[in-house]
Ligand binder design. Structure first.
Ligand code: AOF
Ligand code: ZN
Length: 360
């Protein structure tokens, strides 16, 4: 039985997702080669300097002894690249695909990189290859939201991660937050860290918790994350776990008073190469980003139960009273149970590869 084109593209998407670490500043891309209605080989991208998904899939097929691609079809989640410049780390994919003379190439979404954006498709068509676009086009851009924002707005993408009780407290009124969620949820959060290139906290979090902010699965992926600390912590020294765990050069302390945070996201991307910033608290910093509309994605881990009290450490403590009609809207896209905890994920904005700018 032959696979449908949707099923083939869905497999390419699965492959892109199979890689659990960040590929930034590059996108997540998956590809499969289909021959006679069956998947012959697949590939995915593993970050700068490694083969692109299409090149990887072709390499796998050739290693299996497959030589003649004239009757094969290639399914790739993002448009093949076609550019060459000093910054480019690997050979462009479109000429490689053209040289293999594929019968057809199926592409899910365009590459937002202005150096490609439609030109990859043109190159393939010029080479006489049939190109079909748009398959699963609603879904595949969701795995590349950070790359899309980086390319289109030249700003860091922001994910806000929070852990709170079911009545929204991020610590008890005495400041204790260890632990609201179970160790399984905290391990899940390490996989979240694995998918970003920078982690941010406010100085209060450093002073109160002395966190390491590293990826505890880093043995598998020993690339250190960049750390951004908002505000100068007291007693800032090399003894802090954040410095020991990530290295002094990785830690950036910024004076956040009266900072235009939107401008800051531009600076972090263009000057510090930070593509995806994971904000891990505390409530003040998280609230500021959310209130200013600068959060792109939210992940909330709910656990423990109910705390009541003064809600000293809760999101939006500094916002003042808000009318229901003015609530900051949030619609979950995914909900999971981790043991007794609940994880809710949702996008605040959508970045679309085809349109100029898009909201939610
Ligand atoms: C693809 N397939 O799997 C990826 C693409 O420096 P390089 O050589 O890695 O090129 C990076 C650019 O290539 C990146 O900005 C994006 O436009 C494209 N990424 N293209 O055909 C892939 N990762
Ligand atoms: Zn490429």
């Amino acid at each position: 039985m032959s696979l449908t084109p949707d099923e083939c593209m869905s497999r390419a998407l699965d492959l892109a997702l199979d890689y659990p670490f960040t590929t930034l500043p590059n996108p997540r891309v998956g590809a499969v080669i289909v021959y006679d209605g069956r998947i012959l080989a697949g590939g995915y991208h593993r970050g700068p300097g490694t083969p692109h998904a299409e090149a990887h899939a072709i390499e796998v097929a050739e290693k299996m002894g497959f030589k003649d691609f004239k009757n094969a079809e290639l399914f790739v989640t993002m448009e093949p690249c076609c550019h060459k410049n000093a910054a480019k780390r690997t050979p462009p994919c479109a000429p490689l695909i053209a040289s293999k003379k594929f019968k057809r190439v199926w592409i899910s979404h365009l590459d937002p990189n202005p150096l490609v954006n439609g030109k990859g498709i043109q190159q393939l068509k010029k080479a006489g290859i049939s190109v079909k676009t748009g398959l699963l086009g609603e879904v595949t851009p969701l795995i590349n939201q950070a790359f899309l924002k980086n390319q289109k707005e030249k700003k860091s993408y922001v994910t806000l991660k929070m852990a709170m009780t079911f009545d929204g407290k991020m610590a008890d009124d005495y400041g204790k937050s260890k632990w609201i969620t179970t160790s399984a949820s905290r391990m899940d959060a390490h996989w979240l860290r694995a998918k970003v290139d920078a982690i941010a906290v406010g100085r209060n979090t450093i002073e109160a918790d002395n966190p390491s902010l590293n990826v505890r699965i880093s043995k598998l992926h020993p690339i250190p994350r960049k750390i951004v600390i908002f505000g100068q912590p007291r007693n800032f020294s090399n003894k802090l776990k954040v410095i020991k765990a990530n290295g002094k050069n990785q830690v950036l302390v910024i004076d956040d008073k009266k900072r235009d945070l939107d401008k800051l996201l531009k600076e972090l991307y263009t000057q510090r190469d930070i593509c995806h910033l994971l904000i891990e608290g505390g409530p003040h910093l998280s609230g500021r980003f959310l209130d200013e509309g600068l959060v792109d994605e939210i992940v909330v881990y709910y656990g423990k139960g109910f705390l009541g009290g003064q809600a000293t450490y809760s999101l939006g403590k500094d916002w003042g009273s808000m009318r229901l009609e003015k609530a900051i809207r949030f619609t979950p896209d995914d909900v999971r149970l981790i043991g007794p905890d609940v994880v809710v994920q949702g996008f605040m904005k959508h970045y679309n590869p085809d349109k100029k700018r898009s909201g939610r």
